[in-house]
Design a protein around this ligand. Sequence first.
Ligand code: F0G
Length: 431
Amino acid sequence: MPDSAGRDFRCANCGDLLEFFFPGWVVDAPDAATLKALWLSRRSSRDPLDSSGVWRFRELLPHIPTEHAITLREGDTPVYRLRRCAGATGVENLFAKHQGMNPTASFKDTGMTVAASSAHEGKFRWVACASTGNTSASMAAYAARGDMNSLVLIPDGKISWGKLSQSLDYGALTCQLRTDFDGCVRILNELVRQKPVYLLNSVNPYRIEGQKTAAIELMEQLAWEPPDHIIVPGGNLGNSSAIGKALTEMLELKLISRLPKVSIIQAEGANPFYRCVHEFGGEKLEPIIADTLATAIRIGNPASWKKALRVLRATGGEVEEVSEVEIAIAKAEIGADGIGCEPASAVTLAGLKKLLRRGFVKPSESVVLMLTGHLLKDPDFTIKFHRGDLFAGTPDGSVSAETRSLQRAPIVLDASLGAVIAALDEAERNS
Ligand code: F0G
């Protein structure tokens, strides 16, 4: 169905979400060597578009006139070697691409800069999204920068304070609906048919196009030598679709010579795509009522599952599910590497451990984890984990030695030098 501006993101025949290829760019694109040199040269340019880690790759993006481009200098996120996690998993070449280092602290900014710019070009006064918190934070920021109003639909009580506070400060009209993410999506889809509001969920193809740049940038950072595996969290499945699309396009343009396997990890309580692949052979996706403490991926009816399935099949990747305890441990391990991430991002490390046990990933192979959100997005989760409160009163309440070794609860002491020295000595004895 078209939105009220007549922009139709669904196929008129099958109702499937359209994969937008902006005609001409693959055939028109310069050759691989020219592209690589051009993109690299823009790193030292002062042009605001060149300073964006998204627009730097604009040859592979839909054309948007410069005067409409809204940028917060997104992208250009670091790739870190994870030394401790490498030790814990036995994968020596283990890296994290930290998308949480974007302006609003999640990967959403890479797609939002392109999609918000398209809304600006379309002269929309209002943009809107349903969200588990990161899309809304990002949308609200880009809308504010582009002098547009933003409407946020979020599930009441099921998103982190950090994310909620962002959309408030950026000035969004924030509606907490008494439903889950999937319920918010249903209402939003109805709304855009009745009101001149531009839809900024990841079914918007401009978002997917922008999110491709994380994979392009990653390949550039790895000197165009693809890793064996890329591991991505799976929620609404827009991100895995975007990464897969970027990789297949890069292969077509001979920017890379082979495809990494893209694997998608879900939380056990929010695993409709895992079930789609493992129970139904990819034939159908049965929506579920999702529940997980990794609220970013608390999604029971992912919009882009067919695209994500194509990515799995094209790259030979796998789907895994991980438990709440596995997520919490993995998050603390990524933190202990001095990097940190939000819970949804930590499913990648937890999933890697399972893929290793199954023999799908070999310790000798190189692996990149896509960390999608910053540690500070959900401090509540982190503090509860370290204080031992995260699973209190649940069947996961009994704490394993592995969990205990990662917990660092704050210690309240008298304001005396002796007390601090005693704490230091004890920590030294236990280390
Ligand atoms: N990681 C984080 C931190 C997220 O916020 C999301 C999705 C995902 C992973 C999953 O990505 O949906 O493309 O498969 N967050 C959306 C939101 C749904 O509204 O912020 P996906």
